[in-house]
Design a protein around this ligand. Structure first.
Ligand SMILES: [Zn+2]
Ligand SMILES: [Zn+2]
Length: 182
């Protein structure tokens, strides 16, 4: 592919991303996904865009899934500008404890077993309809703060969140040492 072709496809992708980010309903995303499945070069361009943003994506994924990942990403980028926070107490999906509101911030995972439920697109918005179990995949210590990386066990959603002071992080910082079941 020549440089001119490359620039043209980048422009096309940018224009297409602008359209995709206006999609709201499942039906709209599904239709756009089908179109994407028929357009191999656009699909490839979106995959390399998502990969460049640090997402592990495979070309075997359906177009609608790729577009959903893109929308998740854009929504996450939006959160600092436009936070929507509906904080509420919840019953832990994994260990069954009733979890109360934190003193400050948003609590989206259980402080005891650290599992969460996939209910947010943007942290705190409760706008995802997946409801799957969010499983910690990695702990990372950054400048004295622990970050928890999550993967949904039901869908491809992944994200990372700052741990709360009351979270029971394993001393080993290894997910192997998480409570197995309660
Ligand atoms: Zn729990
Ligand atoms: Zn999910």
């Amino acid at each position: 592919m020549g440089i001119e072709d490359n620039n043209r496809s980048t422009d096309e992708l940018k224009a297409q991303i602008a359209v995709w980010t206006t999609l709201r309903t499942r039906g709209e995303i599904k239709r756009a996904g089908k179109e994407l499945d028929r357009n191999a070069s656009m699909k490839e361009a979106l995959i390399s865009y998502l990969a460049g943003e640090g997402w592990a994506v495979s070309s075997a994924e359906a177009g609608k899934k790729l577009i959903r990942r893109l929308l998740d990403r854009e929504a996450n980028a939006q959160v600092r500008k436009n936070p929507i926070h509906l904080n509420e107490s919840f019953l832990c999906i994994f260990c069954g404890q009733q979890i109360d509101l934190p003193k400050e911030g948003i609590r989206d995972h259980c402080p005891l077993c650290l599992r969460g439920r996939h209910v947010d697109i943007v942290p705190g918005d409760r706008a995802a309809d997946c409801r799957g179990c969010l499983q910690p995949t990695r702990f990372e210590l950054v400048g004295g703060t622990v970050w928890i990386e999550y993967a949904c066990t039901t869908c491809p959603h992944i994200y990372r969140v700052r741990a709360h002071p009351e979270d029971q992080i394993p001393h080993s910082l290894s997910v192997v040492d998480l409570p197995k079941s309660v």
